[in-house]
Design a protein around this ligand. Structure first.
Ligand SMILES: *Cc1c(COP(=O)(O)O)cnc(C)c1O
Length: 374
C-alpha cells in the first residue's frame, strides 16, 4: 500500500545526516530537534501550540485527560473510524457514544450528533476520515450550543484545509479545543517509528497537555496531576522536520493519484469514487471507494494475484467489535456504517506511485469487473 523506502531514497543524504547528528548530540529526548519541529509545525498549521507526544493514540488520551473528562462522562464519536478513537474513551472510563456517518463523505453526521446528546455529554470527537475534514462548522456550532469540548482526531488529515462559510480557512486539527495527530510511518506526515502531537490555540490547554504528557508535573519533581509518559524522540523529530518541508508536495502527489483513479473509474457503475465535500480539501490518506454489487473478496483476490494490495478500512463497525459490544447497540442501529463496512475498498495510496503502477492498478480493478460481466 505504501512505499516508504523509495520516498526515503529521494532524501537519503539529508535524513542520514539528521539522524547521525542527533546521535552525536546525545540530546535524544526533548532535544533541540523536538523544539524546532514543534515551532515549524506551529507555523505550518498556523496554530499557537503544538505539543509533541509518543503516538496518535496517546494524543487523544492526553487531550481527554487534560480537559478533565471524568468516568461516566459521555463522549460522542463516529462509529466508522479506526479503533484508537473509541479505545481511549473506554480506557479512561468515559462512555463512548457512537453515531452514524454520512454515506458520501464517510464523516460524522451533525444531525446524528444532536440526537446523541444527553445531560452527560461532555465532548465530541470528530475524525477527519481518510484525509477530508468532518463538517466542523456545524460541529463547532453544536458544541457551542451545548457547552461541549471538541477534540479533532486529525491522524489521517494533516495538511487538509477547511473553509468556513465566512471565508475563513483553517488547517485540520486547529479548529476545535484540541487536535490530535499521529506520525505513524504510513500517515501523510510519518516518521520512522512512532510519534504524535496535540494542537491547541489556548494557552491553558497547552500547559495542561504538556503537564499530562510529562507525568503531570508543573516543574521538575512537582506533580499536580496524574499524568502519563509520552514523548517524541529527537531522532523522529529530526526526520519529521525534513518531511514537513515536503508535506504539501506529498499531499499533492496523493491528490494526483486520486485524480488518476477517479478518471479511470469515471464510467464504471460498480465503483463510487470518493466524494469531495466542497468545504474541505482532501489529502487522501486513503483512496476509499464504495463498491456497488461487486464481490469484494473476489476483487481483492484478483488484485492480489496481480501483486496489487487492496485494503478494507474498516471491515467491522465499532459497535460490532467484540471489545466494544454494548447492550445499548445492536446490528442494524448504524445503517450507513454497516453498509460502508461491507462495501468499501481502499487502493494503494502514497507519494511514490508512477503512471505505470497506477495504470496497472486501475487495469487490475477494471479487468476484474469486466471478467465478471462476461
Ligand atoms: C492512526 C490513527 C490513530 C492512532 O495513531 P497511532 O499513532 O497509531 O497511535 C488514531 N486515529 C486515527 C483515525 C488513525 O488513523
Amino acid at each position: 500500500m505504501v512505499d516508504l523506502v523509495s520516498q526515503y531514497e529521494k532524501m537519503q543524504d539529508e535524513i542520514d545526516e539528521a539522524i547521525i547528528s542527533v546521535v552525536r548530540s546525545s540530546a535524544y529526548i526533548n532535544g533541540p530537534e523536538v523544539k524546532a519541529f514543534q515551532a515549524e509545525l506551529e507555523a505550518y498549521l498556523d496554530v499557537k501550540h503544538v505539543i509533541p507526544c509518543a503516538n496518535g493514540t496517546d494524543a487523544l488520551q492526553i487531550a481527554m485527560m487534560a480537559l478533565g473528562l471524568k468516568p461516566g462522562d459521555e463522549v460522542i464519536t463516529a462509529n466508522f473510524t479506526y479503533v484508537a478513537t473509541a479505545e481511549v474513551i473506554a480506557l479512561l472510563g468515559l462512555t463512548p457514544v457512537l453515531v452514524d456517518v454520512n454515506p458520501i463523505t464517510f464523516n460524522i453526521e451533525p444531525e446524528a450528533i444532536r440526537k446523541a446528546i444527553t445531560p452527560k455529554t461532555r465532548a465530541i470527537v470528530p475524525v477527519h476520515l481518510f484525509g477530508q475534514c468532518a463538517p466542523m462548522e456545524e460541529i463547532l456550532e453544536i458544541a457551542r450550543e451545548h457547552g461541549l469540548f471538541v477534540i479533532e482526531d486529525t491522524a489521517q488529515a494533516i495538511g487538509a484545509e477547511y473553509t468556513f462559510s465566512d471565508g475563513r480557512v483553517a488547517k485540520a486539527g486547529t479548529m476545535g479545543d484540541i487536535g490530535a495527530t499521529s506520525f505513524f510511518p504510513s500517515k501523510n506526515l510519518g516518521c520512522y517509528g512512532d510519534g504524535g502531537a496535540m494542537f491547541t490555540q489556548k494557552d491553558a490547554y497547552a500547559d495542561m497537555l504538556r503537564s499530562v504528557a510529562n507525568h503531570g508535573q508543573s516543574r521538575q519533581y512537582y506533580h499536580d496531576n496524574v499524568g502519563v509518559n509520552s514523548r517524541l524522540d529527537s531522532i523522529q523529530a529530526a526526520i519529521l522536520r525534513i518531511k514537513l518541508r515536503r508535506l504539501d508536495e506529498y499531499n499533492a502527489a496523493r491528490q494526483a493519484t486520486a485524480a488518476y483513479y477517479d478518471k479511470a473509474f469515471a464510467e464504471i457503475e460498480e465503483i463510487s469514487c470518493p466524494a469531495r465535500c466542497g468545504n474541505s480539501t482532501h489529502v487522501f490518506h486513503q483512496y476509499t471507494m464504495i463498491l456497488n454489487g461487486v464481490d469484494r473478496d473476489g476483487l481483492k483476490e484478483h488484485l492480489a494475484q496481480m501483486g496489487i494490495p487492496m485494503m478494507i478500512y474498516y471491515p467491522v463497525p465499532l459497535h460490532l467489535q467484540k471489545a466494544y459490544r454494548d447492550e445499548r447497540y445492536k446490528q442494524g442501529d448504524f445503517p450507513v456504517t454497516e453498509m460502508l463496512c461491507e462495501r468499501v475498498a481502499s487502493l494503494p495510496m502514497q507519494t511514490e506511485l508512477d503512471e505505470e503502477q497506477m495504470e496497472h492498478i486501475t487495469w487490475g480493478v477494471k479487468s476484474y469487473l469486466k471478467a465478471v460481466h462476461i
